[in-house]
Design a protein around this ligand. Sequence first.
Ligand code: DC
Length: 234
Amino acid sequence: MQSKIIVAIDGHSSCGKSTMAKWLARQVGYIYIDTGAMYRTITLFALRNGFITSAGIDEAGLKAALDKVKVSFTLDPDTHLPLACLNGEVVESQIRGMEVSNNVSPIAALPFVREVMTAQQQQMGQDKGIVMDGRDIGTAVFPDAELKIFVTASAEVRARRRYDELIGKGETDINLDDIRRNVEERDYIDSHREVNPLRQAPDALILDNSHMTKDEQNEWLLSHFNECVAAQQQ
Ligand code: DC
């Protein structure tokens, strides 16, 4: 039997990590976990319960309420793709809007939030056979992952992709400059926070997909996956 591995895909926001991670997981029959969706779901909980206001984040309140938050995934019966759930309610579309996007980085920077999320992610990957994408998977969640990939693309390209994605979902009240600012702001917070900042693991393969098609990217990914699995068998 083929040995299963952990694939850790990290990188900047809106560079297509989730799309490629989902594709690979489906292609090789692995479980796919979008850890960004987990931080987004906590952010939605914080917004709904008044822990994020114009005065800032009520950290003590959120910390005390965190044991009442259950983040999970359920499979969409039609697409078979995972949908994020907050205490059993499917919140996939709510966590992708601008309100959550604008608030998620400071929430993801809170050490107590990261501690809880990291422990859950490690549990999800304990049997391997998983493709997990995020910011700190190869450095903090699974530092021993067999295959680590660090994805990046220019801020312009990433803002345009995000804009097209939101337009495709029917959002109308958006503009490219705001999105670019959001992308850059998230890059800054994600890579400057104290706990587990966005960093390329020294043993990660770099993929700059600014000028790559999806097919080229998938081919690159699958060939590295196959190489890595073959190396495990030896
Ligand atoms: O990948 P995304 O844009 O959905 O991630 C949302 C936010 O969560 C982003 O600001 C980075 C943060 N995040 C993180 O800090 N650690 C992860 N493993 C995944 C996401």
